[in-house]
Design a protein around this ligand. Sequence first.
Ligand code: NOJ
Ligand code: CA
Length: 703
Amino acid sequence: MMKTCLFLLLLAGSGAAFAQPAAPLSARLANVELTFALGADGRPTYALTYRQKPVVRPSRLGIRLTDGAGFDGPMTLTGSETTDVDDTWQPVWGEVKSIRNRYRQLTVHLRQAAAPGRRLDVVFRVFADGLGFRYEFPKQPGLQFFTVAEELTEFALPGDHQAFWIPGDYDSNEYPYTRSKLSEVDNAALVRASVAIAVREAPDPQAVQTPLMLKSADGLYVSLHEAAQVDYPALQLHVDRASARLSARLVPDAVGTKAYLRAPSRTPWRTVLVSDRAADILASKLILNLNEPSKIADTGWIKPMKFVGVWWEMQIGKSTWSYAASADTLNGAGQLVASGRHGATTANAKRHIDFAARHGIGGVLVEGWNVGWEDWFGNWKENVFDFVTPYPDFDVAEVQQYAKSKGVQMIMHHETSGAATNYEQRLDTAYRFMNRYGYPAVKTGYVGRIIPRGEHHDGQWMSNHYVRVAETAARHRVLVDMHEPVRPTGLSRTYPNWLASEAARGNEFNAFSEGNPPAHETILPFTRLLGGPMDYTPGIFGLRGFLAGNPARRVHTTLAKQLALYVTLYSPLQMAADLLENYEQHLDAFQFIQDVPVDWDDTRILEAEPGEYVTIARRQKGAASWFVGAITNENRRTATVDLGFLPQGRRYVATLYADAPDADWNTNPEAYRISRQTVRAGRKLRVALASGGGAALSLVPAE
Ligand code: NOJ
Ligand code: CA
């Protein structure tokens, strides 16, 4: 590590408003160059270029505090340092075996030009594929406990880019993406219409969530997000439609404050990914690199897995989470009367365990196993679930013994219905219960308005809650998959037991809403997935006719595309989400789900364009086999799979699961063809993808 200190320009006069602006400072790596400057008004700004093209025009930096003496006025520069770092690290699981972390860091030390002269540092890290920067509040007299009124960070974009956005909602990321010019961003109608989303609060029609994917007219791909969002609310962006200037909007707490901090402390990293190749955005490791290394020393117990579950049958109304028809359906002894429609029975769990054992699927999730589901939702009620009491028709011990005898692991389900307080009080007991019955992993959920009442899913309090859950789970050696949390920012590096989150619009919306348009899965890798793995729950084979009384309801993909998603949507935890009977009818296609790994040594982004298509190849962890997924939006197209990634001279058996020539997500989604051939490096396979279609390919060494 090389370290240079450039103590620059101490601006004259301590109490003076500001003298002359300091000369700009810059830091560059490869094609990416950052410039920091104090503007003519003494306020700090930064700008970013890529191959000398503007990515972010001079944009404001600063933080407003509630005490009125924040970092929103003129500042003086009291010093700066640059540092170069180039190292590599190995993730516990992931898309690649080892990750290079190479950046040039510029730290600027600032002081308020006027009294009380508080100090603030801004730390920039310039990578070959973008920028991360954060504010640091040094320990100092006069700044101990403080509250943030708003962050003033801006991203002034040089043009009216095309954007892939979802509304800046304080409570949900479960929206479909809109593709529009920045000048057209208006979320009001979409928020109003999205009645399938349980809690919606998006007061600013021009606010969007991050990761925000942008494409400029001259072909630059830019993504704005954050990394290591800890002890701070989520960053949303307000779009000034006339100027393409985006400004930070932090999700407020119950009383309208943004964050409570104590110096020394720091904000999350604000991130800008940039490239002239869309594939580079998907390959970027910048966000993971900005997160802290694992806090879990012994990670040997952390094992990625696939699972089936008692789940989709509830989503499509074939069975229920609840045991009784309502909380008032009681017998003379005051006990719930079974409706006969309960999904989580011992027998149904065993049926799933049998299937998992037969097909080498590691886990079985059973939702609706615990009491509370009769009135779990919509009442803003605190003590809905205790997470340890099963319904009378679900025998936890018997299920566990059966699973164990078959070599299958049970996955726990903890729906909190938004009552985070209740969950926190019961966490230790709930995880001890899991340990006792051998459940290695839990799927949590936050459907409903949050308790503490008035807090939001994406505010500082809840962000700390998710981290507390991950930390407590780690102490109990429990793996976590969170549904409806804040969207991830790479924290799975720090808490590798936090395998996945939902935090976006999953496959489930195809069951209970108008669904996800065919482009949806081609946008997710460029947006939500940049922060970390998603539990999208792919693998639906019964793509239509699943909802009684609503024949129009369908999944907006072909069957082959559902297979491809196991590769294109990376997660160390992947569900085979459909009903077992649908798999039994297509066991030849299910073979791909059986074979596809959830942990990888290498990943190659072969072709990608947001909203259009994604083709990705990955090499199985510790093995020579490769798997490829190719997907398209509503347009038919031909995917080109350049097998240049295969080792020279080695023959591979390629099994292709492709759309049949007459496949179409709308009219003929189940039509697929499976073919086999022997291939070598250097071949280019051209694979036809149907409208809303995809293809999956496994490549296993022939010898
Ligand atoms: C929403 C989750 O996303 C879904 O997977 C789960 O089944 C329900 N909540 C009930 O917890
Ligand atoms: Ca959900």
